[in-house]
Design a binder for this molecule. Structure first.
Ligand code: UN1
Length: 515
């Protein structure tokens, strides 16, 4: 069988320049051709720090575009699944090199697209680079198990097989990292993909896909269809050619996807909301705990599913810790994330800003004590964008809505407790279970917390954010449905097991019966 390679046509139409300041028309990629939406409709992508800055227009696609992409991906699967995995991985190594070369341009574009500060968008591209190298190496692993057979002259082994067309639906908070941690393992495992990136961050996903085309991924293996959740996302979820859906986003949308895909028993890998907490014990290094809480709560303007949204503090250190925290948080500088002096960028859009503010109003009504922020930042140039002040509530009780529901913004709730048991009980008292953290110098307490916290990720003396690509990423309870993307476990999400028995005895042998 001949190994497919990237077609020159697909290459010549791809554009590598990402720093072009003028708006451009972006297209879908379907079966190797860059195309408009069938309806001809498009939508705009604007900078949330300065909405007059238009990055470009994108196809506002519909079910007919999804269908074309799914069919193209299904056709491409026939050949791609037969390409040896180490060869498939070679495209990912090349993609990693291209991402490295363009890291700065891609980071700048991403800051314009979704607002987080340039140091963080560099980190986002770096996470894609890390994932490319990490997963490319899987091309020479994709381990199965070989075990003894209970019968003589017989081999029992297992191997992984691709699923087929995977539909990937990705959020706007990690516009390149999250698409990369779905696309790369899907491809190395031999699947083909249709990706629908968030319509707030379509450009970052576009450039990632463009890089894969340049890296030699054959036509039809990676397809991108832009548009909204109901017009593109749901048609992808229900499409009969799509064998698997990987989604990162809210628990509400995750539940809808699970319901809609149940009819076809499609595999669904869900990475959903969080209400992550940092516990601070009385023996903690308080300076370190303050640094951790600041970064965990206000990094990415609080828009990480791993963000620290609750600070669970022992009574004896509460006053000292909160005083230091407010002092530091009040000095955070808001603004356009392209300026390296800025600490906190805008929220991704006005609707998110309004949503965050509605939670602040709820917190006040519930009787929590607002000790910092609590309003949109509108002075000067900030008024144009979707800026919200870092916000801290003290005196929060575990049952308040601001202590239970995911806010996805720069809002931290401080809850006071008197023992480790109480801290863990409060931490576990939400429907979510993604990330968690404890600051203590006592190894016994740290290990009890690691054992008893209900979360997919636990940090000791580090904030709730900052997962590395080589460990499983995901959570328990309403944070997911048992899959773990990232780490070696991501391969389980994107492959089927096949068990293979080879009998070389030359006679009929009966398992369980011949003894
Ligand atoms: C997310 O918030 O959806 O662990 C992903 C972290 C990042 C990934 C966050 N590496 O904070």
């Amino acid at each position: 069988m001949s190994v497919p390679t990237a077609t020159p046509a697909a290459r010549s139409e791809s554009r590598s320049l990402v720093q072009d300041p003028g708006p451009r028309e972006y297209l879908n990629l379907i079966g190797g051709s860059w195309t408009r939406s069938r309806s001809g409709k498009s939508f705009e992508n604007r900078n949330p720090a300065r909405p007059r800055d238009l990055l470009g227009t994108f196809p506002d696609s519909g079910p007919e575009d999804v269908d074309a992409a799914a069919q193209a991906a299904a056709r491409a699967f026939a050949a791609w699944r037969l390409v040896p995995a180490p060869r498939r991985a070679e495209a990912l190594y090349r993609a990693a090199e291209l991402l490295r070369e363009r890291k700065e341009d891609l980071a700048r574009l991403m800051t314009r697209e979704m607002g987080k500060v340039i140091a963080e968008t560099r980190g986002d591209v770096q996470e894609a680079i890390d994932m490319a190298y990490y997963i490319a190496a899987e091309g020479r692993r994709l381990f199965g198990v070989t075990v003894p057979s209970e019968l003589p002259n017989k081999i029992a082994m297992s191997m992984r097989q691709p699923l087929g067309v995977c539909g990937l639906i990705t959020p706007w908070n990690f516009p390149m990292a999250i698409p990369s941690w779905k696309i790369f393992p899907a491809l190395v495992s031999g699947n083909t993909v249709v990706i629908k990136p968030a319509s707030d961050t379509p450009a970052s996903a576009h450039h990632l896909v463009e890089i894969l085309v340049e890296a030699g991924v054959p036509e039809g293996v990676v397809n991108i269809v832009h548009g909204g959740g109901s017009s593109v996302g749901i048609p992808l979820v229900v499409h009969p050619q799509v064998k698997m859906i990987s989604f990162t986003g809210s628990s509400d949308v995750g539940k809808t996807i699970a319901e809609r895909s149940a009819k076809t028993l499609k595999r669904v890998s869900l990475e959903l909301g969080g209400k992550n907490a940092q516990i601070v014990m009385e023996d903690a290094d308080l300076d370190l705990a303050v640094e951790g809480a600041l970064w965990g709560a206000f990094g990415t303007t609080g828009q990480r599913c791993t963000a620290t949204s609750r600070l669970i503090v022992m009574k004896s250190v509460h006053d000292d810790l909160v005083r230091r925290l407010v002092e530091r948080a009040s000095k955070l500088v808001l603004g356009d994330g392209l300026d390296p002096r800025i600490d906190v960028g805008p929220l991704v859009n006005r609707a998110q800003r309004d949503r965050v503010h509605s939670y602040v109003e709820i917190g006040k009504k519930e009787g929590a004590k607002l000790i910092l922020g609590g309003s949109a930042a509108e002075e000067g140039a900030l008024g144009e964008g979707s800026f919200y002040r870092p916000t801290i509530f003290d005196g929060v009780t575990p049952a308040m809505r601001i202590a239970v529901e995911e806010i996805f913004g720069p809002v931290l709730s401080v809850i006071t407790v008197s023992s480790l048991d109480e801290a863990i009980e409060v931490l576990n008292g939400t429907p979510y279970g993604l990330s968690s953290s404890i600051y203590t110098r006592d190894v016994n307490r740290a290990m009890r917390a690691v054992r008893d916290i209900e979360a997919g990720i636990s940090y000791v003396n580090g904030p709730t954010i900052g997962a590395e690509v080589q460990l499983p990423f995901g959570g328990v309870k309403e944070t997911g449905n048992g899959h773990r993307e990232g780490g070696p476990t991501v391969i389980d999400a994107f492959t089927e097991w096949k068990s293979v028995y080879v009998d070389y005895s030359g006679r009929l042998q009966k398992a369980q019966i011949d003894r």
